[in-house]
Design a protein around this ligand. Structure first.
Ligand code: CP
Ligand code: NVA
Length: 313
């Protein structure tokens, strides 16, 4: 992961200087997206095009994956034509099955369980703003059981960052994920803390990270999540509780930070709250690095596909 993050930083610098990078010339990649996406789809499309590859977007209405054709058969067919496949959908088992049967690189573009490509961008962003991620304390606040929280916990453990997950007990990371992270942390020296105690969880954070309270497919859980998570909203008071002046704010996006979205409007009308997981002032503050994270999706995905599928020597 460190190699990918460093390579992405190098590619980013070279791109800003207009140096062409044609590591994927003549390659063909497929994007199978069964869920919505702005950043990840765009990042794969632009990254692949800039590296010289051709991209084919296949959404779930275009192909017969899982409805009229098994994942295994689809994997064998696409694997015989494409050089790499990005998959976004509900099930981790689907992306793993594609990996087993396609015989080409398969990139997890988000499942209910994990969001690994997001992590490459996040840790590059942390490195750019904090100088390093090693030994820094990154605190995820909110739905600690979701794909982003799980990925952050494990990736932080791999990379030697200290990760706090601050969430009510019923939304803390799955025990199986905690076990993976704690086992890895023993080797990397990363310190992990999973707590519902706001003061304890937020103190000394170098970065505060949140994500939507209802992930894709969980839209009906809004009432329950607002009840559980209202005290865990990122606002200026919470940012001040880190006790540090330079704490940065991170969010994978999309974010509900005001009334400009359907969900934000609903939350305002139903619960009289303006913004859910983060307030608009924090979202737009100088501490917020969310649009750097978004841009870094493209640079890091470039590194990922070039290293796993391209001609990098
Ligand atoms: N952060 C992220 O994965 O965004 P999209 O859902 O828009 O791809
Ligand atoms: N946890 C969110 C992440 C979106 C990028 C979701 O799965 O919807």
């Amino acid at each position: 992961m460190e190699t990918l993050i460093n390579f992405a930083a190098d590619l980013k610098k070279k791109e800003k200087h207009g140096i062409p990078q044609r590591f994927m010339s003549g390659k063909h990649i497929a994007l199978i997206f069964e869920k919505q996406s702005t950043r990840t789809r765009s990042a794969f499309t632009v990254a692949a095009a800039k590296l010289g590859a051709n991209v084919e977007y296949l959404n779930k209405n275009d192909i017969q994956l899982g409805s009229k054709e098994s994942v295994e058969d689809t994997a064998k067919v696409l694997g015989s034509m494409f050089d790499g496949i990005a998959y976004r959908g509900d099930h981790q088992t689907t992306v793993e099955s594609l990996g087993e049967h396609a015989n080409i690189p398969i990139w997890n573009a988000l499942t209910n369980e994990w969001h690994p490509t997001q992590m490459l961008a996040d840790f590059l962003t942390i490195k750019e703003h904090l100088g390093t991620y090693k030994g820094k304390t990154i605190t995820f606040v909110g739905d600690g059981r979701n794909n982003v929280s799980h990925s952050l916990l494990v990736t932080g453990a791999i990379l030697g960052a200290n990760i706090n997950i601050l969430a009510p007990e019923s939304l803390q990371p799955a025990m199986s994920v905690q076990k993976i992270a704690y086992d890895i942390a023993k080797g990397s020296g990363s310190k992990l803390l999973i707590t519902s105690d706001i003061e304890k969880g937020i103190a000394n954070s170098d970065a505060v990270y949140t994500d939507v309270w209802c992930s894709m497919g969980e839209e009906d859980a809004l009432d329950e999540r607002v009840k559980l998570l209202s005290d865990y909203q990122i606002n200026q008071k919470l940012m001040d509780m880190t006790g540090k002046k330079d704490t940065i704010f991170l969010h994978c996006l999309p974010a509900i930070h005001d009334k400009s979205t359907d969900v934000g409007k609903l939350a305002y009308e139903k619960f009289n709250v303006d913004g859910l997981e983060v307030t608009d002032d924090v979202f737009r503050s100088p501490a917020s690095k969310v649009f750097d994270q978004a841009e870094n999706r493209m640079h890091t995905i470039k590194a990922l596909i070039a290293v796993t599928c391209g001609n990098v020597h």
